[in-house]
Ligand binder design. Sequence first.
Ligand code: URA
Length: 238
Amino acid sequence: MRLDKFLCKSTEYSRKQAIEQIEQGFVTVNGEAIITPETQVHENNTILHNGQRLVARPSRYIMLNKSMHTLCSNVDGDYPSVMNCIDVERSWDLHIAGRLDADTTGLLLLTDDGRWSFNIINPKYHCEKVYRVRLRDPITEDNADELVARFAKGLQLQGEEKLTLPASLKVVSPKVVLLTISEGRYHQVKRMFFTVGNRVVGLHREQIGGLQLDVEPGLWRYLTEDEVSGFNNKNSEH
Ligand code: URA
């Protein structure tokens, strides 16, 4: 990770303060003073601040059930931020791996480990997300097969060149479907149904990769080690 990030993870400094400390020459890596905050370091390096050895705090991995009308940003806007639900120290160090719209509910993953969240949000890794979608217009027995086939083939979203990646659509009842997609384009689910002439009236994310939402709305928990490592093996070469 970057040296300034390491300093944040091992002290109480904010990012801005960490950069200042590095640029003023207070930090050494393996005995050498380093004044460039973007220098890449490893936790096994000997990193000292004013002669004191620094040890990074362990990374945090959190599942939150996002409530209706909350915002995936660090600050409140028209609605409160989801961050208000997470009562942990230094919550500002956390970022969201795959945002949801204000009117979408369900599974959000938050972490301070950028390599880990990269596995989830980079479309290259095809991490699947499952959404329960409530529709304005019913899907009839006559058009269900055709619709499933269109989602599987890929849809041309307005203003985009590339078709959506193959998506799996399971009809639960005429107005409720489970949709599995492996990318995260802007308002993707809503735009997919718009493209086929329907509208989304309710959207809830139930699953990301193999991880199923299992906390009540507005509540959160830390992921287990196994759950964390379930997302880990994709970008080890980066
Ligand atoms: N697709 C959407 O349209 N909205 C979301 O919040 C998530 C996926």
